[in-house]
Write a protein that binds this ligand. Structure first.
Ligand code: FES
Length: 107
């Protein structure tokens, strides 16, 4: 498993454990840990209710490339920043170990 951190409004980081053998997305890990992520579309990159901001990338220092669907979706979001991602499009893998995210308002 790897660890993913969620930064709270007060700046505290909650550590989550994400198994590597279940092909989960970060969105699914957040939901499983009862964070208020709606994920209305179920991970299809068409609802943006899984929007997170990446405060720190994981072990590899890089995130997977965005596909066109994700990039298009993020362009439409008022709160999106250069560090925005759809958490349903981030697959849990060793490169993400230590990832720090903040859950965004649309979520
Ligand atoms: Fe809908 Fe990620 S769950 S865009």
């Amino acid at each position: 498993a790897i660890n993913i951190y969620v930064e709270q409004e007060n700046g505290e980081r909650v550590e989550l454990e994400a198994p590597l053998d279940m092909n989960l997305s970060v969105m699914e890990v957040l939901k499983a840990n009862e964070f208020p992520i709606q994920a209305v579309c179920g991970g299809m990159a068409i609802c943006a209710t899984c929007h997170v901001e990446v405060l720190q990338s994981g072990a590899s220092g890089e995130l997977p490339e965005m596909n066109d669907d994700e990039a298009y979706m993020l362009e439409t979001l008022p709160h999106a920043t250069d560090a925005s991602r759809l958490s349903c499009q981030l697959r849990v893998n060793p490169d993400l170990d230590g990832l720090v995210v903040r859950i965004m308002p649309e979520a």
